[in-house]
Design a protein. Structure first.
Length: 354
């Protein structure tokens, strides 16, 4: 409990004890002792409202102690109880407050006394219950307002995310229109060069460039549609890199599309880095399913030619590391003891159907 709650509880107990001491002259010793016990038990009224109310009814029967039953009935109404329990508790308080228990046999039921007893019993029974129900209604309303505010905040964030997504899609379409146009021109010119080249090696190289341009355009279209290449495209990728790939081990099994796409991009980026930074090196590619994970390894030998300077602004491997982490996997890229380089990734494969 908070300091404020402790202060309220202490004040209630102090006032209840003060009421007992103030009415000590109208109480028997055993009544005063029992009333003090009930006053101490008021700290438990929120946790055990029915039990504390039953004890407080005994103090109300003395005719001079009202505070314990007021606090107990208020706690019962304010708790998460059924309305029927609140009505029963109020009725019990009204009956006990109306009947003159200490002078039941000799009490004279005059009209003024009876009217006053009815009004007092109604006040003791209705006022604390009404205040308790009002407090509970306010708490429920505050909770619903908090939920409404949270819902509005979620809707605001969702709207912002949708706006950002639409902007990204617009930029992606613009990028596609621009890049696809230039890639088409590259493919056309490569085709024309292949048709007019004098030597066979130049024709083959021009045809390969044209094919690469067409593949790049197709990959760009798939990326715009959020449908990237999967493991079924790995043989094409490895065939295009046959000059540097010395050995291949492919046993991927069945994997979700997101895992397949990430695995493809890891192999693609690793082979691109080998061409760029390790000329003359040969590579080993392994993509295999091991238990509940897909393990990707791309390892290359030391370069035999001069290495290009590292591109400090590149985001290939860090981006793939982020992708792997988003799937719950890991990606490491480290030099090997023989002077080569190795990229190792582990992507978990869910066992549920996909």
């Amino acid at each position: 409990m908070t300091a404020r709650t402790w202060a309220v509880e202490a004040l209630v107990v102090v006032l209840a004890v003060a009421e007992v001491l103030a009415t000590r002259g109208w109480l028997e010793d055993w009544m005063a002792a029992g009333a003090l016990v009930v006053a101490g038990a008021l700290v438990l009224r929120r946790r055990f409202p029915r039990t504390v109310l039953a004890l407080a009814l005994a103090t109300l029967a003395t005719g001079v102690l009202w505070l314990p039953v007021l606090c107990a009935l208020h706690a019962l109404a304010a708790s998460e109880r059924r309305r029927g329990e609140v009505v029963a508790g109020s009725a019990a308080v009204a009956v006990v407050a109306f009947v003159p228990w200490r002078d039941l046999g000799g009490h004279v039921w005059s009209l003024p006394d009876t009217t006053l007893a009815i009004l007092l019993a109604g006040l003791l029974a209705v006022a604390p219950a009404a205040l308790g129900l009002l407090g509970r209604a306010r708490a429920e309303l505050a909770g619903r307002l908090a939920e409404l505010a949270l819902s509005r905040e979620r809707e605001r964030r969702y709207a912002a995310e949708q706006a950002a997504l639409r902007e990204r899609e617009r930029l992606a379409r613009d990028l596609h229109d621009t890049a696809a146009h230039h890639l088409s021109l590259i493919s056309l010119r490569a085709g024309a060069l292949a048709a007019t080249a004098d030597s066979a090696p130049y024709r083959e190289e021009a045809a390969a460039l044209g094919e690469l341009g067409r593949r790049a355009a197709a990959d760009l279209r798939r990326a715009i549609r959020h449908d990237g290449p999967g493991l079924d495209r790995l043989p094409e990728l490895l065939e295009a890199a046959a000059d540097i790939v010395a050995s291949v081990h492919l046993e991927p099994g069945d994997c979700p599309p997101a895992v397949q796409h990430t695995a493809y991009r890891i192999v693609q980026e690793a082979l691109t880095n080998i061409r760029r930074h390790a000329p003359g090196a040969s590579a080993e590619v392994s993509v295999r399913r091991a238990g509940g994970a897909l393990r990707i390894t791309v390892r290359n030998t030391p370069p035999s030619g001069p290495c290009a300077a590292p591109d400090q602004g590149g985001h290939g491997l860090p981006g793939l590391r982020t992708r792997a982490a988003a799937l719950g996997g890991t990606l490491t890229a480290n030099p090997t003891p023989d002077g080569g380089f190795a990229v190792n990734a582990t992507l978990p494969v869910p066992t549920a159907a996909y």
